[in-house]
Design a protein around this ligand. Structure first.
Ligand code: NAD
Length: 259
C-alpha cells in the first residue's frame, strides 16, 4: 500500500478518522476532509503524519457542493499525483416521520450521504481508469439493508449507496477498479451519541441505559462496533486479496441484519 493515496471524506471525526488512521498505518498518503475547528484539524493532520510517516493534507470541501468535491479531488491529484482510494464516509442523520420531515433536511441528507459519493466517484474514476487501479469504498449502514422508522432520508440514501456501488463495480469490472459498500451497525461516534442523548432525555433515563436500549433493539452482539474494525475492513478491501470483491455489501453489525 506504500505510495498509494486515499481521500477519506468526513475524516475529522468518528468512523472516518478511524479509517484514515488504519490507512495511514498501512502506509497510505491521505487527503482528510470534514468540518471542525481549524486548530483541532491541524493537530489531527500533523499527528497522523508524524505517527505513521505518511503525507497528509486536509481539504475543507462541503460535500453538499459538487464543485467543492471536484476541487478536493483536483487538489489531491495535484498534491499526490493520483487518487488510488476514495472512501465516501461522511454522513449526517435527521430523525422525523415523513409527514413532518423538513425538505431542506431531506436535501442535505441525500446530498451528503448519497450524491457526494456520486460526484466524488465521477471525479476520481478517469484517473483510476488511466492508472488501471482504484478502490471506491462507500460507507453504508445496516440502514442500507433494512429500515427503521423516522429515518426516511438516511435509509433512502444508504440503500441508494448499495445500488450506486453495484453500478460502479460493473462499469469498471475489467479496469482494476472495485467498488463496495461497508455497512456498519451501531458504532459509538458523535453521530450516535446524539441519538443516545436524545433517547436518554426523551425517556428520562441515563446515557448508559439509553445506549443499552439502543443495542438491545437492533444489535444482538450487545456491543458497539469500533471505528478501527471498520478501518481494518477498508484496508483489506484496498489490498490485492480483495481484487475480486466488487459490487457487494459487507456488514459489520453484530447480527443486526441477520434478524
Ligand atoms: P460523525 O458525525 O462522527 O462524523 C461525520 C463526519 O462527516 C465528520 O467528519 C463531519 O465533519 C463530516 N461531515 C458532515 N457533513 C459534511 C459535509 N457537508 N461536508 C464535509 N464533511 C461533512 O459520524 P460517524 O458516526 O463517524 O459516521 C460516519 C459514516 O458512517 C456516516 O456515513 C454514517 O452514516 C456511517 N455510519 C455510522 C454508524 C454509527 O453507528 N456511528 C453506523 C452505520 C453507518
Amino acid at each position: 500500500m506504500k505510495n498509494r493515496t486515499a481521500i477519506v471524506t468526513g475524516s475529522t471525526s468518528g468512523i472516518g478518522l478511524g479509517i484514515a488512521t488504519c490507512l495511514a498505518r498501512a502506509g497510505v498518503n491521505l487527503m482528510l476532509n470534514g468540518f471542525g475547528e481549524a486548530g483541532e484539524i491541524e493537530k489531527l493532520r500533523s499527528g497522523i503524519e508524524k505517527d505513521y510517516g505518511v503525507r497528509v493534507q486536509y481539504h475543507p470541501a462541503d460535500l453538499r457542493k459538487p464543485e467543492d468535491i471536484r476541487a478536493m479531488v483536483a487538489a489531491a491529484e495535484k498534491a499526490f499525483g493520483m487518487v488510488d482510494i476514495l472512501v465516501n464516509n461522511a454522513g449526517i442523520q435527521y430523525v422525523s416521520p415523513v409527514e413532518t420531515f423538513p425538505e431542506e433536511k431531506w436535501n442535505d441528507v441525500l446530498a451528503v450521504n448519497l450524491s457526494a459519493a456520486f460526484h466524488g466517484s465521477k471525479a476520481v474514476l478517469p484517473g483510476m481508469q488511466k492508472n488501471k487501479f482504484g478502490r471506491i469504498i462507500n460507507i453504508g449502514s445496516a440502514h442500507a439493508q433494512v429500515a427503521s422508522k423516522d429515518k426516511s432520508a438516511y435509509v433512502a440514501a444508504k440503500h441508494g449507496l448499495i445500488g450506486l456501488s453495484k453500478v460502479i463495480a460493473l462499469e469498471n469490472a475489467t479496469k482494476g477498479i472495485t467498488c463496495n459498500t461497508v455497512c456498519p451497525g451501531w458504532v459509538l461516534t458523535p453521530l450516535v451519541q446524539k441519538q443516545i442523548d436524545a433517547r436518554a432525555a426523551r425517556e428520562g433515563i441515563s446515557a448508559a441505559e439509553a445506549s443499552q436500549g439502543l443495542l438491545a433493539e437492533k444489535q444482538p452482539a450487545m456491543e458497539f462496533a469500533t471505528a478501527e474494525q471498520i478501518g481494518d475492513m477498508v484496508v483489506y478491501l484496498c489490498g490485492s486479496s480483495a481484487k475480486l470483491i466488487t459490487g457487494t455489501a459487507l456488514t459489520i453489525d453484530g447480527g443486526w441484519t441477520a434478524q
